[in-house]
Design a protein around this ligand. Structure first.
Ligand code: GAR
Length: 217
């Protein structure tokens, strides 16, 4: 089966992007990263992608009159690179419902909280302020409402008494780096089925292992 052509959209540091690129460097990974797009030309992550020989582009949202024209520019690039799947990785722009529908079932996001808790920004600060004992991260399909959509994977992190937003964010980020490549691999290999708001992971039949011919005695 051919590897799914995947674009990663970033706005800044790009550590999740980096992990996805590293995972996809393995030829057996079912997705290949063909494009990294940023809405901020100065996004740090673009440099790493370029070094790895991946096509990059910045579509500055500030020079666009509105969301529709910004998204139209993104869509031109996505089509040019024959992109099949999109991973939002720290991409801090909201999409119109029509763009989301265009990519329904083919666009993932990672969020630094156990959704549906703590949608939006400053998730670690808010979790600490609420005194929760368990926090974490979520990979989900993108739906028109912000930080909603069928959940593919989550990882939980125990909150420590001496946690600061920074220390908690660092431990959650470690988990993000594990679940995002795993979720992309599951989607790209055709293992995911969306049933209502639930995602079911099916076992994908793989090629049988080569038959071992018994050695002659
Ligand atoms: C990550 O923690 C990601 O979950 C979060 O931004 C960070 C980006 O870091 N995304 C959101 O808050 C989206 N609502 P990275 O650029 O190093 O991957």
């Amino acid at each position: 089966m051919s590897r799914k052509r995947t674009a990663i959209l970033i706005s800044g540091r790009g550590s999740n992007m980096r992990r996805l690129i590293e995972a996809a460097a393995d030829a057996k990974f079912p997705a290949e990263i063909v494009l990294v797009l940023s809405n901020r030309p100065e996004a740090e992550g673009l440099g790493f992608a370029k070094e790895k020989g991946i096509a990059t582009a910045a579509v500055d949202h500030k020079i666009h009159a509105g969301r529709e024209s910004f998204e139209a520019s993104l869509q031109v690039l996505l089509e040019l690179h024959r992109v099949e799947l999109i991973c939002l990785a720290g991409f801090m722009r909201l999409f119109t419902p029509s763009f989301v529908r265009l990519w329904e079932g083919r666009m993932l996001n990672i969020h630094p909280a156990l959704l549906p808790a703590y949608r939006g920004l400053h998730t670690h600060e808010r979790a600490l302020a609420d005194g929760v004992k368990i926090h974490g991260c979520t990979v989900h399909f993108v739906a028109p409402a912000v930080d909603e959509g069928p959940i593919i994977a989550q990882a939980a992190v125990a909150v420590r008494d001496d946690d600061t937003p920074q220390s908690l964010a660092a431990r959650v980020l470690e988990q993000e780096h594990i679940i995002y490549p795993a979720a992309l691999a599951a989607l790209a290999s055709g293992a995911l089925e969306i049933r209502g708001n639930r995602v079911i992971e099916r076992i994908v039949t793989r090629a049988p292992p080569p038959l071992r011919v018994p050695e002659a005695k």
